[in-house]
Design a protein around this ligand. Sequence first.
Ligand SMILES: [Fe+2]
Ligand SMILES: [Fe+2]
Length: 404
Amino acid sequence: MINQKRQIIFVDDDVYVLKGYQRALEPYINDWDVYFCTTGPEALTIMGRQPIDAIITDMRMPGMSGIDLLEQVIQHYPSIIRMIMSGSVEEPSAYRAASLAHQLMAKPCDIQTIFSAVEDTCHLRDALSDKKLVKIITGLKSLPSVPTLYVRLLKEFEREQPTLAKVGEIISMDIAMTAKILQLVNSAFFSIPYKVSNLNQALSILGLNTIKSLVLSVGVFSEYQNRSFSAFSIDELWQHSIFVGNLSRAIAVSANLSRAEQDEAQMAGILHDVGKLIQTDIPGFYRLLSMNTKIPEIQMEYHYLGTSHAEIGAYMLSLWGLPSTVIKAVAFHHKPIAETAFKMDAVFCVYIANHFYYDEKPNNKNTLTLPPLDMQLLEQVKVTHLLEDWRYMAKRIYAGEKPD
Ligand SMILES: [Fe+2]
Ligand SMILES: [Fe+2]
């Protein structure tokens, strides 16, 4: 039988810490082969010898620090999942770590948390068959932001007294910055006993100073550089994502979902097409799309990448430790799975909202690709009688009215 065990490396200069991990990992020996290293170079030697799934490193180490080590990992082994342990987020290097590591963990961190984080991500990664694609997504440090918003955020921090409300307003309009803030807040570092999907709550947990340091640190947030892809417009994606986020929340409210589910629906709506942003990093992909305008985009994605922006986005958000409901809604925003559709939830809010956008904005290339709403599925979650109300809400939001 093929050895299916995951290959994991732990790095810490303190041998007692490593011994502690070793003891705590005993219940998992059937799932993981673990290598313990006291230095970065030792870990790099192992990575050079065999495929590794994930690395979990301490941040402060003499000689090669955890940050230097992760720089090397991104450069030479971009497919490896990267986690870093830090004692304090106040350390300036913690912000650097936030752009290099997929997840930041507080020291000490319990093994169950690390185990689940690595396993969940490996499952989604295994679903992506194209190894080159895995390399690109896992190797990403940040996603590009809408330039005008990025500049507005920098300007806000130049003011004498920037406010959290203003900063929040700007970040909430940007897919990449929103995802990054949620990544940080949901990392084990903040030890919050639940996953956060509400951006305002995330921002107040981080506080203005942390956000400022993140914005000003190189590589955490980055401005979208126009690479003149005629098949991709960051402004169009932005407009679409904000609409889907707002309508998803309005649908969740109208369907009497809980507050937490309303937050998840909005967040998933904003992030549902984040995979399209990631695709801007795939060399030549959007150029290819612009040369084949007759073939629907999603068909091109499956043909050339073996997957679509839905699975790509879900994998990246899982790497970043976002709430599982949000990840599920992103993964299935084109079509929820019938077998798991028991009740109305964030997945359906995003599915319906995404659909209604294209009803309002015909003549879009994506319209061709979208099959009609699956009425049997909507019947299954008992919402067909509400569809007309939601269609009306979509029209109002599209016309620029604020949702109730
Ligand atoms: Fe989509
Ligand atoms: Fe969409």
